[in-house]
Design a protein around this ligand. Sequence first.
Ligand code: SF4
Length: 234
Amino acid sequence: MDSSDPRDELLHIVATVREYVVEQLEFGLFEAEINESEPEQKYADLDLSALNIDAQSCVKCGLHEGRNTVVFGVGNPNADLMFVGEAPGADEDRQGEPFVGRAGKLLTDIIKAMDFTREDIYIANVLKCRPPGNRNPAPDEVETCSPYLLRQITLIQPKVIVALGSFAAKMLLDTNTSISALRGKFHEYALTTHSENAPVIMPTFHPAYLLRNQTAKREVWEDMQQVMEFLKGN
Ligand code: SF4
């Protein structure tokens, strides 16, 4: 190639790019990239431990930039009861475990009052990384991260999921109804096609809300009593 002629140089670049694209298509690499944009399909092959390893290095949304740890979830991988919150806070981000701050202590007290330990149940959040300043999760962050939670639910197969607060309830029920209107009764899990093993969802107030509104504790306890009754009968 005569590099002194800009037209020749351009033609050479075009030919090189074309060669590269043809090569990638032959090896199916472009197809692999398209599949990666469907994370649920990709996660369908992962068990809980492999899913955790995948999440630990996840950079699929901007929240990876400010996190200290990825807060995947903890507890019994065969739990009948699962609690799902919104996102890690500062304490959770530091320790890598969900619900370990003041709200977490309150959740632990609720779990104990239900006659369980944290090891009996499974606890996770919709988002695995902390939103800066504990701001609300953005819709695109929920959309990007939620396949991790959906796969966790499929693998654990709980009988009941307690959705803690508005974000978890709206995501699991695929609704915009307020938490006040949703809480207090069981709902169908909206995000599965396998209805035979689908958990039921009990939305209730988030423990962080209870720290600011002590009177709502009574309503949460009524919701938890319904959960205990359900688990006894199933
Ligand atoms: S919040 Fe979820 S999707 Fe975003 S980087 Fe963390 S693990 Fe990945």
